[in-house]
Design a protein around this ligand. Structure first.
Ligand code: PMP
Length: 434
């Protein structure tokens, strides 16, 4: 009997003991091709020797020095590395240990910025339906994910969720993508105008929606309009790139492909690539200076800027750069998309195949004609995941369209080192599992 709070009591998962590139190996020696990077985490694959050595080297020198006393070389170097590759307006890195902490940090940065700026009425956070921003209370409060919110409602601060941009289901009549994107973006303006002026602090969105909707990229024009609205009404734009950032979509940040830049971006997962728990909220100099002029940020976690975590994350980013892996992301992503379309495009239960970079999903529906999502009670996601695991394949089931419960999507987020040959194996095993 396990004493761990496993997600599936009575049905213990296999015991992972080793990693080898895109594979995880269990205690019985069975190899699983990690086609989901865990949950869009393991962008370098498993047991990378350079990252392992960086962890050992830093561990031999110093593991941890609390930030109320010290900074460390790896923390400084990593921040410099990130800022050099980030749009020039984003200059200050606040480290955390994971995605939820990054989102909490972003929300508190936004709030304290307005307090420090003398606009204390700005406290409303607007986010989107079918979004996931994390498991801590602040992150749950802004996530549009009904079943994850329900048990905790009395503990959550009030926030507002507007529609997300989801052309596959949201487009009306003969609307073009651009018309649709602008219409949905304008809902933000309507929501701001419906409130007392000067009360909205921030709008939060995943640049490419991950865990609740299955790799939905934004439509053209959507984020440009969102940026304009935020600027016009003095609202901060927070982009949550915990899943879609750090190269997953083919550029370091997914927002670079939208021609905009947020005031705060949150990152985690691919930042440490699973080698260490680490994340960050990166903000503008203005936010940093304003908060600092008012006594400094009233926030922080014990392990922020952990030296081993920073050394690992820095090496991860250097490997990606040295091995030109974002080029591989872009090239193999095209092949993955073609292969998925070829194999599943005509499947009677496939409603859509979409994504960006090595962040792609297949949407499963009752039938191709009605495109009705599967009923939650069928637990299709669990069945496909189990079938895939039996076949030595890891795919990530993501929440449904209908009520946030149905496993209507299979998310694929393989490591950036994945080859075309491995994509063939992924597609074969997935077809068999489906
Ligand atoms: N934001 C997004 C967009 C996510 O996908 C996730 C995790 N799936 C989180 C935040 C929370 O990250 P973590 O699980 O590391 O706390």
């Amino acid at each position: 009997m396990s004493h761990i709070f496993h997600r599936f009591p009575g049905n213990l998962p296999p015991v992972a003991v080793a990693g080898d590139g895109v594979f995880i190996i269990d205690k019985d020696g069975k190899r699983y091709l990690d086609a989901s990077g865990g949950a869009a985490v393991s962008c370098l694959g498993h047991s990378n020797a350079r990252v392992r050595d960086a962890i050992i080297t830093q561990g031999q020198k110093l593991a941890f020095a609390h930030t109320s006393f010290f900074t460390s070389e790896p923390a400084e170097e990593l921040a410099e590395f990130l800022v050099r590759r980030t749009p020039e307006t984003l200059t200050k890195v606040h480290y955390v240990s994971g995605g939820s902490e990054a989102v909490e940090t972003a929300l508190k940065l936004a709030r304290q910025y307005f307090v420090a700026k003398g606009e204390p009425k700005r406290g409303v956070i607007i986010s989107r339906e079918r979004s996931y921003h994390g498991a801590t209370l602040g992150a749950v409060a802004i996530s549009g994910n009904a079943w994850r919110r329900a048990p905790f409602e009395p503990l959550l601060f009030k926030s507002v969720q507007i529609a997300a941009c989801y052309p596959y289901r949201g487009k009306q009549g003969n609307e073009t993508d651009l018309d649709y994107g602008l219409r949905v973006a304008n809902e933000l303006e309507r929501e701001i105008l419906a409130r007392e002026p000067g009360t909205v602090a921030a709008f939060v969105a995943e640049t490419v929606v991950g865990a609740t909707a299955g790799a939905v990229p934004p439509v053209e024009g959507y984020f440009k309009r969102i940026r304009e609205i935020c600027d016009q009404y003095g609202v901060l734009l927070i982009l949550d790139e915990v899943m879609s950032g750090m190269g997953r979509t083919g550029s370091l940040f997914a927002f670079e492909q939208e021609g905009i830049s947020p005031d705060i971006v949150t990152i985690a997962k691919g930042m440490g690539a699973g080698y260490q728990p680490i994340g960050a909220a990166i903000c503008t100099q203005e936010i940093f200076d304003t908060i600092n002029s008012d006594g400094g940020f009233a926030h922080g976690h014990t392990y922020l800027g952990h030296a081993i975590a920073c050394a690992a994350a820095l090496e991860v980013q250097k490997v990606i750069e040295d091995e030109n892996l974002l080029e591989n992301v872009r090239a193999v992503a095209r092949y993955l998309s073609e292969s998925l379309n070829e194999r599943f495009g005509q499947h009677p239960n496939v409603g859509d195949i979409r994504g960006r970079g090595l962040f792609q999903a297949i949407e499963l529906v009752e039938d191709r004609e009605s495109k009705r999502p599967f009923q939650a009670s069928r637990k299709l996601h669990a069945v496909i995941k189990k079938n895939a695991m039996q076949r030595g394949l890891m795919v990530y089931p993501t929440g449904g369209v209908a009520d946030g419960k149905a496993g209507d999507h299979v998310l694929l987020a393989p490591p950036y080192i994945v080859t075309r040959g491995e994509v063939d194996i992924i597609v074969d095993r997935l077809a068999s599992a489906v």
